[in-house]
Design a protein around this ligand. Structure first.
Ligand code: 2U9
Length: 369
């Protein structure tokens, strides 16, 4: 193109004509891209013209500047328009040629391979149930310091839980504090109370670690704890929340619950809670009926020492908390017998007890589809 007289408007018009017809001749996007590069590319005919503006006299540039910039914009417009037309044409061609044989068996959608682990599924179910009651999910580190895992929770010095037989200890951190693998998710509630102003409504699901491993205990297991701190939060609220949880989680209309006095350093009063069930049929547990009882969680009013340790005035605020083993309630609900299988990554077990990825638990859609 360098042979055209760049100050000659008619030559510019001819060039525009050539480019326009080349654009219309382009059969597909690839062809159009070649035309675009030949015109607007680094060495493109229009780009060369634009560069020539620099060498022109001011008068010439006053005339040719708008002419050449106008050309560039019009060419760009034509290309954009043509590309859209080619896209539509290509799609129509595909639609015309591609017939879908609806009689073909449905291939298991790729997403369907693999299963959601029962622990993950139950964590989703818990999150949906408590979110419906205004709870948010709080998380924290698996490696904790002595204060957040024990001291803040009113564990007196020398309390057996602080000993090796119960707790995995790690070398002290830079702050000289002994580090532990958290033995419960309660440190998360401590951190929440240290950082948030009441009212507080959180559930804290996560991994927890204890040295004791036998037929029914594994060194790592999963817990979910809950915490409500407010000016007037009382045991009545706790009972209602736990009853609502049990009805939703075990998917029964009604369920009797039994609250038995107990003791935890971090709650006063403390209770263990049993749920009504029927175990008369071998290998099967029915909830919300029958005359049997099954312990599913512990709970209580947050101990005033714990409130103080977390910077809250027990005369202004009070609250309650509960804790349960996720592995345990998953086994109860979905009828698994061996806790170890949860950790053995046996695909046969997972494909049998696992959940389809798209079966996302929602209260509206029914928790376990
Ligand atoms: C704060 C204050 C109080 C959490 C609680 C329990 C009772 C409890 C066990 C259930 C089964 C542990 O997995 S398990 O063995 N937990 O019984 N947990 S009250 O109380 C708290 C937590 C945090 C700040």
């Amino acid at each position: 193109m360098s042979d055209i007289d760049v100050t000659d408007q008619s030559a510019i018009a001819d060039l525009e004509q050539d480019i326009a017809s080349a654009i219309m001749r382009a059969e597909d996007e690839a062809g159009l891209e070649e035309v675009r590069i030949a015109a607007l590319g680094k060495k493109g005919s229009v780009s060369e013209l634009l560069k020539s503006l620099g060498a022109m006299s001011p008068d010439e540039r006053k005339v040719m500047g708008p002419a050449i910039n106008g050309l560039r914009d019009r060419v760009q417009g034509l290309i954009t328009h043509r590309r859209a037309a080619l896209k539509t044409k290509a799609l129509e061609a595909r639609l015309a040629t591609e017939t879908v044989d609806v009689t073909l068996p449905v291939r298991e959608a790729a997403a369907e391979t693999g299963r959601v682990h029962p622990i993950a599924q139950v964590m989703e179910e818990l999150t949906a149930i408590f979110a419906d009651m205004g709870f948010s999910v709080a998380e924290g580190p698996d490696i904790e310091d002595d204060f957040h895992n024990f001291t803040a929770l009113n564990f007196p010095p020398g309390h057996p839980a602080r000993e090796m037989h119960d707790t995995f200890f790690l070398p002290p951190g830079s702050d000289g504090q002994r580090k532990v693998l958290r033995t419960h998710t309660s440190p998360v509630q401590v951190r929440t109370m240290q950082t948030k102003t009441p009212p507080i409504r959180v559930i804290c699901p996560g991994r927890t670690y204890r040295c004791d491993s036998d037929q029914t205990h594994t060194p790592m297991f999963h817990q979910v704890e809950g915490l409500v701190i407010d000016k007037g939060a009382h045991l009545g609220h706790l009972k209602w929340i736990l009853e609502e949880f049990c009805k939703s989680f075990f998917e029964v209309e009604g369920v009797k619950m039994r609250f038995r006095p107990s003791f935890f350093p971090f709650t006063e009063p403390s209770m263990e809670v049993d749920i009504q069930c029927d175990r008369s049929r071998p290998g099967e547990i029915r909830f919300g009926e029958g005359s049997d009882w099954l312990e599913i969680l512990g709970c209580g009013m947050v101990h005033p020492n714990v409130l103080r340790n977390c910077g809250l005035d027990p005369d202004e605020y009070q609250g309650f908390a509960w804790g349960m083993g996720i592995d345990r309630i998953a086994m109860l609900k979905y009828g698994m017998s061996d806790l170890r299988a949860f950790f053995e990554a046996d695909v046969r077990w997972l494909s049998h007890y696992g959940f389809r990825p798209l079966d996302f638990p929602t209260l509206a859609g029914g928790l376990s589809a």
